[in-house]
Design a protein around this ligand. Structure first.
Ligand code: MD3
Ligand code: FE
Length: 199
């Protein structure tokens, strides 16, 4: 594995330029009905990342806490469907017998970052998480669940990674973007899609 963390798999350039553009177009179309919004932590601090979702469920955060829900917190409309291309990618790369029921869409403009955290709001922590990066390269940090040494690697546009088994509870975050490293996202920045089994 690229990190020495068992269960972390990375497919650099899994999506070619054409597939990246096609997926971005689908995500931006979904964001027309489910706009990016800026969540706040339960403590009331705004995230620097903007978010939306696709599929039956998506993760939200507000003063009431973190949870998965079926509706957009601003529009109250159901999340738009997950693109078939993402469901296919999940099948091919994870082989997990059930499809993802949640896709969180994170939008990083130039200064955005995400602090080190663990993903444990999902009911089945045995299911993988699949991440797709689009746009500017991100400096990604990951380390063991128990804490200790983290390592840094770059996630570029079209890269896909999966977190399974012992890596599923890894600590991870986004330190910064390499601004201007991609021209894919209109207005600049990076979009990350995470496919999960939330329920
Ligand atoms: C390692 N997103 O949405 S994706 C998140 O780039 C999140 O937006 C980051 O962390 C982003 O929760 C990182 C790579 C990733 C996703 C999920 C993981 C790494 C993970 C779950 C467990 C361990
Ligand atoms: Fe995460």
């Amino acid at each position: 594995t690229p990190t020495g963390l068992p269960g972390f798999r990375l497919w650099p350039g899994a999506l070619d330029a054409e597939a990246q553009q096609a997926l971005l177009t689908e995500v931006l179309a979904a964001a027309q009905t489910a706009p990016f919004y800026r969540p706040v932590t339960p403590g009331g601090r705004p995230f620097s990342v903007e978010m939306t979702g696709m599929g039956p469920l998506a993760w939200v955060s507000d003063r009431a806490g973190y949870r998965y829900q079926t509706t957009h917190p601003v529009t109250d409309a159901p999340w738009p469907p997950m693109p078939q291309s993402l469901l296919d990618l999940w099948d091919v790369l994870t082989g997990w017998p059930v499809p993802p029921d949640a896709c969180l869409v994170n939008l990083y403009r130039h200064e955005a970052k995400m602090g080190l955290h663990q993903d444990k709001d999902e009911a089945d922590l045995g299911a993988p998480v699949l991440s797709v990066s689009l746009g500017d390269t991100a400096v990604f940090r990951i380390g063991p669940a128990e804490g200790g040494r983290t390592q840094s690697l770059k996630l570029a546009s079209g890269d896909v990674c999966a977190l399974t088994g012992p890596a599923r509870l890894a600590r991870h975050g986004i330190d910064r973007l390499l601004a201007g490293s991609s021209q894919l996202v209109p207005g600049g920045g990076r979009i990350n899609l995470t496919l999960r089994r939330a329920r």
